[in-house]
Ligand binder design. Structure first.
Ligand code: KG4
Ligand code: ZN
Length: 356
């Protein structure tokens, strides 16, 4: 970038879970660099994210990742207007790595620091690289930790419409993957298996739809149904729960049918409630975000739903669905142009802003 052709140039840093990421975002919409270092291989043997391993890996990777983002964008620190970091929710030891670096950089360069919300930012990922949509919008976030619907009157004003009362959709996918003995994380593996096998969803797994007008989700029932479909209905024997089968007894076709049926059930619940939220609010835009939005069936079904309703769909590119820093740059830009900034004593928080 030889001349200044933008209003804001923000360096954003993400370290809330098991991705170390940095991005340079112009005007909160154009991505000049987006670097993501995943730690999945470090956690695979444990079947889930180990917080101590995650924070140590963030410490090792954060400086090279930030340097790479600045190099990719072709800028030095002197070109930045602000430094942002995801401040909540997440693993506290991991969040602190990104937040501390962002605050140190902001302080050393005399720049504004912005600590932004990770879940809100997932929703705004769909604004990247696209023209501005009409507001108000409905927002669907589906990730490993959250599954919620919002109504947004503008990028920063959101009202919670509904949320999961138990597992998040991504968590349910990961647990179903583990039941089928697929490697961690189960969500993308189960999706790939269902996609490649071409099997039909032969087994009708129950989808809890709560009350008709409720915009809440529940995925614990479909998870239990999946367990029984894999291992048979359990019996009590001498005070113990006994199953007839193990996942290892299934052949490849049975595994593919179960993966397809599970994906179908979860996607159906997400689509039904999103449809209802669009009907109830009359919104003409659907913003979406979070790792589960990488699911290919969900993407197809959302495209179909919004085409039928004449609603504009903002479906983030795959790299902006998973945890990434570019999405944080959108939220930080919106706050910065409204004159907002956060004091350097602001610290990371493990909890989400709005839970049930
Ligand atoms: O947004 P994200 O990267 O991290 C959180 O903020 O949680 O989401 C990760 C979640 C995991 O549960 C992962 O299994 C799920 O998103 N996921 C998928 C797919 N890709 C990632 N779930 C279903 N289908 C996929 N293709
Ligand atoms: Zn996330």
């Amino acid at each position: 970038m030889s001349s200044r052709d933008h209003e804001t140039c923000i360096l954003a840093i993400e370290s809330s879970c098991d991705e170390t990421a940095a991005a340079v975002v112009l005007d909160g919409r154009r991505v000049a660099a987006n670097v993501i270092a995943s730690q999945h291989e470090l956690h695979e043997t444990y079947g889930g994210v180990v917080p101590e391993i995650a924070s140590r890996a963030h410490l090792e990777r954060i400086s090279p990742v930030v340097n790479r983002a600045l190099t990719d964008a072709g800028i030095g620190l002197d070109r930045l207007d602000a430094v942002a970091a995801g401040i909540r929710p997440g693993l506290i030891g991991s969040l602190l790595v990104g937040v501390s670096l962002a605050k140190a950089l902001a302080w050393s360069r005399g720049l504004p620091f912005l600590g932004v919300d990770h879940v809100e930012s997932h929703l705004l990922a769909g604004l990247l690289d696209h023209p501005e949509p009409p507001w108000p919008a409905v927002g669907l976030v589906a990730s490993g930790g959250h599954t919620s619907l919002y109504e947004l009157s503008d990028p920063l004003e959101s009202r919670l419409l509904g949320a999961t009362i138990d597992d998040a959709a991504g968590e349910a996918f990961d647990k179903a993957g583990a039941m089928l003995k697929l490697p961690y994380p189960g969500g993308p593996r189960l999706d790939r298996l269902a996609e490649q096998s071409g099997e039909a969803p032969e087994i009708e797994l129950p989808v809890s739809l709560m009350k008709r007008d409720s915009l809440d989700f529940s995925f614990s029932g479909v998870k239990t149904a999946m367990l029984y479909a894999i291992r048979g209905t359990p019996r009590r024997e001498a005070g113990r729960t006994v199953f007839d089968r193990n996942a290892e007894d299934l052949d490849a076709r049975q595994v593919a049918v179960l993966a397809t049926s599970f994906r179908h059930a979860v996607v159906k619940a997400l689509i039904r409630k999103t449809h209802r939220a669009l009907e109830l609010t009359g919104a003409r835009t659907l913003l979406t975000g979070g790792g589960v939005l990488a699911n290919r069936l969900l993407r197809r079904e959302l495209e179909e739903l919004t085409r039928t309703l004449g609603v504009q769909l903002r479906l983030p590119a795959m790299d902006y669905c998973m945890d990434n820093a570019a999405m944080l740059g959108v939220t930080a830009h919106e706050r910065l142009i409204r004159g907002e900034r956060d004091p350097l004593h602001t610290t990371a928080l493990p909890t989400a802003k709005r839970t049930r």
